[in-house]
Design a protein around this ligand. Structure first.
Ligand code: GLY
Length: 286
């Protein structure tokens, strides 16, 4: 897999092109591609001449159901993922399921991980529907895309800048970002790392009595049905724990964990002790 290009160098290429083509404040950028393209184009649009318009035309499932909606833009640096960025809303998002016909299998599954994320944390009926409907069927896929975008749009409309409920959309991501950073963004697609992160978050939720073992197994089974990875070897649990502090959701030396509270419910905790987190990591590291 190619090294991630969501960095300052690529951002500069976009900005240089804007200057070379003499874009002005009435100009519009079009992000045509997956989440990386959307995030970088959106960020360039947000800072070029203090902000110009952009539209999103997401061509991957993950970008259609999650990344293109809600105005998060940004790039990575060596300290972590999406640590530099802005909230900058696209003036339109155009989704066409025709783009998904040629998606590689892994890219498709990575998008399904984000769909499962929304169902687990916000909608039990949707989760149960996912358990009984195969998303390789185009009609079911279209239904799932609509449902996921509706959940996301509802959350973002309540909390655009992630002061509260929007953080729930990061379920699995606190762990995923560490995995992605430790593997230099070159082993896992984002959605694959999220799938592993969901299983890790569930281990923690089970320790805290928020999720039953049976519910955890159902979530894992749904991820596995799409051949998503659910295990990552943590070679150094202490280092893994320390890496959480680079997460944007950690503040004043406290890490905020986003957890499932049963299937269809959610919880946000910032008072979990290091010992409990390390025990949960041990449970999934067997
Ligand atoms: N991908 C999570 C969010 O947009 O808030």
């Amino acid at each position: 897999m190619a090294k991630c290009i969501k960095n300052f160098e690529s951002l500069n290429l976009i900005l240089d092109a804007c200057f070379e083509h003499r874009l002005d404040r009435q100009s519009l950028l079009i992000a045509f591609g997956g989440g990386v393209i959307g995030d970088m184009t959106g960020f360039a649009a947000s800072i070029y001449q203090r902000g110009i318009s952009f539209i999103q035309i997401p061509t991957t499932l993950l970008a259609q159901v999650d990344a293109s909606v809600g105005g998060k833009t940004g790039i990575n640096n060596r300290y972590g993922k999406n640590l530099i960025g802005s909230f900058w809303q696209p003036c339109a998002v155009y989704c066409d399921s025709a783009f998904l016909k040629t998606l590689p299998k892994r890219e498709f599954a990575a998008g399904v991980a984000e769909i499962i994320k929304m169902a687990v944390t916000f909608d039990k009926d949707f989760f149960e529907w996912l358990e009984t409907h195969d998303l390789h069927d185009e009609t079911h896929l279209t239904t799932a895309i609509h449902k996921s975008i509706a959940i996301k749009a509802d959350v973002v409309s309540q909390d655009e800048t992630e002061r509260g409920i929007r953080a729930i959309l990061n379920y699995g991501h606190t762990f995923a970002h560490v995995i992605e950073n430790q593997t230099q963004y070159s082993t896992y697609l984002h959605g694959e790392a999220v799938a592993i992160g969901i299983v890790m978050a569930n281990a923690l939720a089970q320790k805290l009595g928020l999720l039953s073992k049976e519910e955890g197994s159902r979530i894992e089974a749904l991820l596995e049905r799409y051949a998503l990875p659910t295990h990552y070897d943590i070679s150094d649990p202490e280092a893994f724990y320390d890496a959480f502090f680079l997460d944007k959701k950690s503040a004043h030396d406290k890490i905020t964990f986003i957890l499932a509270n049963g299937i269809g419910g959610n919880d946000m905790r910032n008072n979990i002790t290091k010992e409990v987190v390390l025990e949960a990591l041990k449970d999934v590291n067997v």
